[in-house]
Design a protein around this ligand. Structure first.
Ligand code: C2E
Ligand code: MG
Ligand code: MG
Ligand code: MG
Length: 279
């Protein structure tokens, strides 16, 4: 059986490796089934005006409602969906579901509510343009309220090509935000050439416990950078009132985190907006 590997080479049967392969194949089959049987759900985490405590919008975060195992988080399936070539099908479902929800909320609450959708690197190709046109055609959402989150590494790959795609996206009044800013290859020199509308400061910088306050220095620098570029900055992973106060003192206007709300299902998000309207 191992002969095809060449003369003098032997593949040894490894029960552990065999088990890993079986588990992986099972996961792949279950993910195919999950897409067919609609087992994915979108959660929404409020993005908050730190000072006024009003809701500017939501970040869409996907979950897999596994029939036996319960909720599975994206870190355990997004990369597998990419590897088995299903991320674009999943991505299309996410766009449709989130934009339908957004248009419903914008109507119901009469607010210019925004929604942020995370993009996988494989979605950022020419084929995203006709998809976005189709989505915008079906769901009437207000201009500049759909925001796509991309990471710095997606910009590095093919700067010219990506920048061209980003301009086409922006021509459709869709905004671009750089996710996990500060953790990647930080293409600072390119930022002013790019059509970017916001920087999201990675939550790893929200740990202010170090006595040297390295993270606070980094956050302040990112805020100054965003301000000089004239774009928004959004702090991720805000968990304490101290963090909120410090961010306000640094002129950071927007943020999200467990201090305000974890990602919540759509009904709870509707309740959240209802509650907010009463205030
Ligand atoms: P991300 O886009 O940077 O999302 C932020 C992550 O931080 C989310 O994890 C969120 O639940 C978590 N988070 C929010 N507030 C707090 C906080 O106060 N403290 C802490 N410790 N964590 C907080 P989640 O939902 O597990 O998503 C992880 C990553 O998976 C996301 O990182 C994003 O890169 C990816 N992802 C999520 N949904 C999608 C999707 O629909 N499509 C694609 N392509 N990727 C997605
Ligand atoms: Mg994100
Ligand atoms: Mg993020
Ligand atoms: Mg992050």
């Amino acid at each position: 059986r191992a002969k095809h590997q060449g003369k003098g080479k032997y593949a040894i049967f490894d029960p552990h490796m065999h088990q890993q392969t079986v588990l992986r194949l099972n996961l792949e089959n279950n993910l195919r089934k999950a897409l067919e049987e609609n087992q994915f759900v979108l959660y929404y985490q409020p993005i908050i005006n730190l000072d006024k405590l009003t809701t500017e919008g939501f970040e869409v975060l996907i979950r897999w409602q596994h029939p036996q195992e319960g909720i599975v988080f994206p870190c355990d399936f997004i990369s597998v969906m990419e590897e088995i070539g299903l991320i674009n099908d999943l991505g299309e479902w996410i766009f449709k579901t989130a934009c339908q929800q957004l248009s419903q909320w914008q109507n119901q609450f009469n607010l210019p509510l925004k929604i942020n959708i995370n993009l996988s690197v494989q979605q950022l190709t020419e084929s995203i343009i006709p998809l976005l046109d189709k989505i915008l055609d079906i769901y009437p959402i207000q201009q500049n309220t759909l925001v796509l989150e991309i990471t710095e590494s997606m910009l590095i790959k093919d700067f010219e090509g990506t920048n061209n795609l980003l301009s086409q996206i922006k021509q459709r009044s869709i905004q671009i935000s750089i996710d996990d800013f500060g953790t990647g290859y930080s293409c600072l020199g390119y930022l002013h050439q790019l059509s970017v509308d916001a920087l999201k400061i990675d939550r790893s910088f929200m740990n202010f416990s170090s006595s040297k306050n390295h993270n606070q220095v980094i956050v302040s620098s990112i805020l100054a950078l965003a301000q000089s570029l004239g774009i928004r900055a959004i702090a991720e992973g805000i968990e304490t009132e101290e963090q909120r106060q410090w961010l306000i003192s640094q002129k950071c206007k927007l943020g999200q985190g467990y201090l305000f709300s974890p990602p919540i299902a759509k009904d709870k998000a509707t309740d959240w907006l209802n509650f907010q309207r009463l205030n």
